[in-house]
Design a protein around this ligand. Sequence first.
Ligand SMILES: [Zn+2]
Length: 229
Amino acid sequence: MILAADDEPEIARAGNLAAQWAAVRFTVGIHPHAAGKFATNPADAAKATGAVIDSQPLTRGVGEIGLDYHYDFAPRAVQQEVFRQQIRLAQQRQLPIVIHTREAEEDTFRILGEEHAHEVGGVFHCFTGDRAMAQRVLDLGFHVSLAGIVTFPRASELKEVAKMVPLDRLLIETDSPFLAPVPHRGKRNEPANVVYVAETVAALRGVDVATIGEAARANFARLFQPGYD
Ligand SMILES: [Zn+2]
């Protein structure tokens, strides 16, 4: 479960969820949409994320962090610095990062390179890039996570990405409550719908859905070390 470090009620609910569901693990970060809150001192974004890591021992990653130039809810320079500070935090804590990037490919890879983010690794979540971008992700040692968009009939390039990512770098997700996959498009998305992502990826690769499920489970366990693998 992905937590927003600047959302106190959400952080409080995480404790309740963990009490009810022993297997849950968390990532936490300041999303690029919220980076503007830290415009005067971007280092405070890493401090806020670090405070949640300190208070929630089930945290296994830093994210979502990254850049979103589609919405541009925060100035780009601020987004970049908030991203950078949180990569450094992830390195200090030895945690993988979960990257949100939209219409910001060049700056994302530049910052990941400058900050040596491959040392902690992680995942490009809800990947929507093309095959060339997927190759850059793989070359950097990161994982590619596919969401319900891959089930959309017109997502032809993403279907090609689903075929090319090595099985040991592939993750699947829903990005709930958005982006419900076929056959539930237009409704609220649910984590259970991840099975439709798995089925679509399996069909594209010509393998059994269990193969995709097992690979995603193993990759998730290796990356986030949830403790139940
Ligand atoms: Zn995202």
